[in-house]
Structure formats: structure tokens, C-alpha cells
Ligand binder design. Structure first.
Ligand code: MN
Length: 237
């Protein structure tokens, strides 16, 4: 049996071919999987569980069909879709995961994260993150009209794009100490995360133990998928 991990699909109406690819996965390979884990940024933006954009309705239906077929579906919110909540879980049959969540993956203690909390060198980003994850900010955002939420999401995205353009690549990658701390704190041998859009498998030594960090890829130009079995994990592409 295979457990599938994906992240950073950034599904949006403007990218119908990526939505189609994701629906293919849900109807195809995922049906035979032991579980599907989505580790954040499934959506380019999520305006709240009460405000599903029409373009995204087929995605909700596809997720629902997968969980109805009996495949466990686990979803973690990312920095784009952090307004996802129990309403989303009820619509799709997904179980929401905290960030981070430790799991036992075929006997290997494994930590699941979106990945943005590891980017501790990016102080400006972490400041914005703290602001928009504040329960008072979230309550305020969810009290807005849909039009106001669309405008707020657009403004946040513009700020984020300007920040990305003006910030060095290295600052926006994970911080090695934050990574080591995550391994240490949770006592795991493997970490799976996304967010940085730098897919790869890294082996490092933490406190004398060799550990594995797998970074999932984004779906901007192609589907990126991690398949794990009792024998190990394989990242494609
Ligand atoms: Mn992200």
C-alpha cells in the first residue's frame, strides 16, 4: 500500500489545467492509496468555509468523492488557505491536521509540517504570519463580506509578491536550526514539508542521528507527488 503526500497546489480558477490534474489524481491513483495527505496551500486563496468560489466547487466534490470511497484524507492549512476550518472538513470528509503533526509512517516516526514556520530568517514574513493567525484577525476577516475578503486576499498577495521580489532566496528558505529543533522536539527520523517550492530529499545529522527531510514540490507547472510505502519514500518529479 502507498501513502500519498502533496502540497502547494495553489488551486485557482485561473489555472484550470492544474485543477484538472488534481481531479485526475483524486479519481485515479488516490483511490488505491492508503491515505492522501495535503500539507498546505491546496488553494491559492481560501476566503472562508462559507465562501467557496464556484471555480473551486469541483475540487470540494472531488475530495468528498475520495473520502466517501473510503480513502482517509488529511488536510493541513498552509499560509494561503489558513482560513480553512471545520466547515471545509465537513464538506470534504477530510480530517484537519495541526501544523506540526507527528505520525507513524510504516514504522518511521515522521513529522508533517507546511514548512513556513521553519523559515525563521524571514522576519517580515513571520510578522505577517503572526498577525493573520491571530484569532481576533481571523474573526474580523470572517465577519467581512465576500467582496471585502477577496480584496483583503488580493492585498495580502500583492504584499507577499513584493516581499518575495525584494528578499534574498536564502532568507526565504528553511533555517537549519529551526529544522534541527523540529527533529529534536518531536524525536522523529523524517520530516515532510512543502511551502518553499524547492523539492528535494535532504539527509542531515541532528544530535548524532542521520535524519531525512523531504520537501514537496509545487504544482505550478506539473504535479509533484511523494509516494511512501513500507520500503521508503519516492518524490516525483
Ligand atoms: Mn506556503
Amino acid at each position: 500500500m502507498t501513502t500519498l503526500f502533496i502540497s502547494d497546489l495553489h488551486l485557482a480558477g485561473e489555472r484550470p489545467q492544474i485543477i484538472a490534474q488534481f481531479l485526475d489524481l483524486l479519481r485515479g491513483e488516490a483511490r488505491a492509496a492508503e491515505a492522501l495527505y495535503i500539507l498546505g496551500d491546496l488553494f491559492e486563496a481560501w476566503l472562508g468555509d462559507d465562501a467557496v468560489l464556484p471555480d473551486l466547487a469541483p475540487v470540494i466534490d472531488g475530495l468528498r468523492a475520495l473520502s466517501d470511497s473510503g480513502v482517509p484524507l488529511f488536510v493541513m492549512a498552509g499560509n494561503r488557505d489558513f482560513l480553512m476550518g471545520e466547515g471545509f472538513a465537513a464538506m470534504t470528509g477530510a480530517r484537519l491536521l495541526d501544523d506540526p503533526t507527528p505520525i507513524d509512517l510504516y514504522g518511521t516516526p515522521t513529522l508533517l509540517m507546511h514548512g513556513d514556520t521553519l523559515c525563521t530568517d524571514d522576519l517580515a514574513y513571520q510578522q505577517v504570519r503572526a498577525q493573520v493567525r491571530d484569532p481576533a484577525w481571523i474573526a474580523h476577516a470572517l465577519s467581512m463580506s465576500i467582496e471585502e475578503r477577496i480584496e483583503t486576499a488580493r492585498r495580502l498577495r500583492q504584499q507577499s509578491q513584493a516581499h518575495t521580489r525584494s528578499t534574498a532566496e536564502a532568507i526565504m528558505d528553511v533555517n537549519p536550526d529551526a529544522v534541527a529543533q523540529a527533529f529534536r522536539e518531536h524525536g522523529v527520523e523524517r520530516l515532510i514539508h512543502g511551502h518553499t517550492h524547492r523539492p528535494g530529499v535532504h539527509h542531515t545529522v541532528v544530535d548524532g542521528r542521520t535524519v531525512e527531510r523531504i520537501v514537496l514540490g509545487d504544482w505550478y507547472s506539473q504535479a509533484s507527488l511523494l509516494r511512501c510505502t513500507a520500503e521508503g519514500c519516492e518524490l516525483t518529479p
